[in-house]
Design a protein around this ligand. Sequence first.
Ligand SMILES: [Zn+2]
Ligand SMILES: [Zn+2]
Length: 206
Amino acid sequence: MVVSSERTMALYCPACEKLQYHVFSLFEFASSLRPFQCKCGFTQGHIAKKRKRYEIRLLCPSGDRVRLLYTLREFWVAPLLTFYSMDDDEVLGFLGNPDDVESAVANWNSEGLDEEEFLEPEIIKEILSYLQKLAGSERIGCQCDMPSVGIDVYPDKVELVCSHCGSAMLMGATSAKDVKKVKGLEEIIMEPSSYTFLDECFKPVF
Ligand SMILES: [Zn+2]
Ligand SMILES: [Zn+2]
C-alpha cells in the first residue's frame, strides 16, 4: 500500500462561510481524536482514529452533525473523497491528494456560478481556479492578526477581501491579459486595511 505523506482536506466552514483547507500528514495522528479548526476560530470537526478506521465528524451548515467512516486505506490512499451531508447530498468538503482536492474545489465553485452573470465566464473561471490553487497552498493571505480572506465575484472583476481588517484586492476579469496578470502572482499577501488594484502593481505584491 502506497501511503502518501500528505493529505489535503477542504471544508466549507458553517461559521464564516468560507472554504478552509487543512493539510496533515500520517505522522500527526498520534492522538486518537484530532480537532480541526477554521482560521475564524470555529472548530469544524474532528478526526477520530478507531483501530483500522477513521471517523470524520463534521458539522453541516444546517447545524446537523455528520459522521463519515473511512478505512485506513481510503483515508490515506484514495485520490479524492467527497464528504456529503446525510440527507440532501450536499457537498461539505473533500479529502485527498492536494492536486485532486484543488481541482475538485475549482469544479465545485464554478458549478455554483451562473454563467450569464459574467461578461467573460471562461476568463472568470480561469482566474478563480488559479486563485483557489494559491489558496490551497496557503499562498493567499493578509498580514493582519486574524486573516480571513474570501473571494467575491462580480460580472467583470474578482475581489479578494479580508473580512477581519477589510483589506481588499481588486482584479479585472474580462481579458486574457487579466488572466496573465493574476497568474503572474505566486503569492498574494495583503497589507492590513489596504486597498489595491492589481493593475497598479508591477510585480507580485509584497
Ligand atoms: Zn470559519
Ligand atoms: Zn486582514
